[in-house]
Every structure is written in structure tokens, then in C-alpha cells.
Design a protein around this ligand. Sequence first.
Ligand code: UD1
Length: 317
Amino acid sequence: MTKYLVTGAAGFIGRSIAAALLKRGESVRGIDSFITGKRSNLAGLEEMEFIEGDLTKPEDCARACKGVEVVFHEAALASVPRSVADPAGTNLHCVTATLNLLVAAKDAGVRRVVYAGSSSAYGDTPTLPKHEGMLPKPISPYAVAKLAGEQYMQAFNRVYGLETVTLRYFNVFGPFQDPTSHYSGVLAIFCRKMLAGEQPTIYGDGEQSRDFTFIENVVHGNLLAAAAPAEKVAGQMMNLATGSRITLNETFRILRELTAYSGEPRYAESRSGDIRDSLADIHLAEELLDYKPVVNFREGLKRTVDWYRESDALPPR
Ligand code: UD1
């Protein structure tokens, strides 16, 4: 029997969760449509049963969920600007896909679904840190779509008794994150460019801040969320982050040391849908999951730079 399903298994976060499960000797199935996932991310996951499929198709969801006990739902089009350019596409691959997956999970008797929520749900409210009791204020189509997914999670818990757990991620970064698209996360882009000696662009004045979360912390939180007692976590939503924030300017300075890039950034106009500051309150995850970050920002950034330096994600110079 396949115990775990990981959606978005060829994506950055999905492949990292799958790798951790395989390392523990678990039986894992992965599904990915390769819209943003990459075949090369499946390297090292040969023990995983892999389905090339699309969650917007109910039959692919049914095939993926068959015989599974726990689902990690990481598949999404994870980009604010991409959602601004194509809101309907983001809705299809984040909302419709999530609903299809939940229906299939319920029908297949899946016990628990752990969902990749997003800090973007908090929007641009000045209150820091962001805590789970705050009213959501999504300001981009991406944020609306990820929030709709959360609410479907809660409804499927209430109505059908599925054990759903939402983890609101805050700017995850680390090895295997795609650095090549202009929809990529900022740290992936900066690492790639600065290692290649290219000038990175900072949108806005660079004083915007984020709770950048190294991938190992996210994997750790997911494994805890899968194992936590249902009476504690079923139907719950919580932040998964580090509880500290750093500005883009400061991050650029650290990256300059790590990559030996000697230039200055280029400053350009702020991006639409962008928020100013983001910082998580992580007490709820501490209480419900006994979660604590396992790798700090600087160490995570160092490991990430080392990985990009050694990987072939970098274009030839
Ligand atoms: C948002 C969400 C995050 C989600 C992610 C998916 C918030 C707080 N966070 O991240 O939870 O996982 O979308 O994509 O809403 N930037 C540059 N130069 C670049 C690229 C980006 O300056 O080359 C800036 C952006 O304008 C932004 C910051 O870096 O201010 C971070 O951008 P990005 O990595 O895309 O993530 P968010 O939009 O913060």
C-alpha cells in the first residue's frame, strides 16, 4: 500500500518532501503535470511511484489518491506576478485542482490532507507579526486562490470529516527552487544571477521584508503535520515560517559575501500586488506540532548558494 501522495512532486517543495519521506523508508507516490515542475527534480526520487498527471482532471486525482493514507498537496502555480498576468490559469491550477483533489481524497478514503497554504492570504496589513486569528486580506489573484484552497480544506474537514491541515508557508527558498523564470522566488533569482556575475534587480526600495523560510524547516513542519494527533490538528490552519524577517537590501548584502558578487543591485519600480512586510507568528505551530525551525536563515542561504554553485541550474557563462 502507498501511504503517502505528494502532489507537485517535481516541484521544489514537493520533491523535497518526497525525498524526506523516501529517506525514512516510506512508500511514496508523486504526481506532477510539469507545468512548472521539472523532470530533473525527480533525480534521486527513483524509489517513488510517479504519475504524470494533472489535478484539473478528476480522473488523474482519483488515480493518484487510490490506496493512499496521507496527501501532501504542494502542486500550485506559485507566483504572485504570474497570477496577475493570468488570474484564470492560477484559479484553475490552484482552486479547481485543489477541489478535485479533495473530492478524490474523500472518495478514496484518504485520512489526512496537508495543504500548502500561503502567507499571501494576510495581504498588506501593517500588523506584524501575522497571526492566524487575523482576517485574511488577499490582494493578488494568487493569494485569493491559495486562500480558497484553505477554505475548501476546512469545509472538507467539517462536512466530510477529512483530516485537513493547512500550513501557511512564508517565502520558502532552498535547493531545487527554479531560478530561471521571472516568476521564480527572489532568492533563487538572486543566487543564480549573482553567481553568474549578473546584476540582480530589486523591485521597490529594497526595504520590504520577508520571513524567508529555508526548505528544511518546511519539510520538517510537514512531517510533523502528517504525524500530529487528529484532535490537535484536523481542520486547523497555521503559519509555517521562522518568526524572523529580513529586508531585501540586507539579504543582498549577505548574498554578496556568499557569492563574491561585487556589483550593486539595480532598483526598479515596485511590482503590482507586492506587499511591504511579512513576518510570521509561529506560536500556533509550536503549540500544535511542537515545531521549531531547524535551520536558520543565514545557514539556509549558505546551503542554497552552495547548491546553485554546484548544480546545473545555472546557465553556461
Ligand atoms: C509571495 C508570498 C509567498 C508565496 C510566493 C509565491 C507574500 C508575503 N508571500 O511571495 O507566500 O509563496 O508569493 O510566489 O505574499 N523581487 C525583487 N527582485 C526580483 C524578484 C522579486 O526585488 O528579481 C521582490 C518582490 O518584488 C518582492 C520580494 O522580492 O518584494 C519577494 O518576491 P517573491 O520571491 O516573488 O515572493 P513574494 O511575492 O513575497
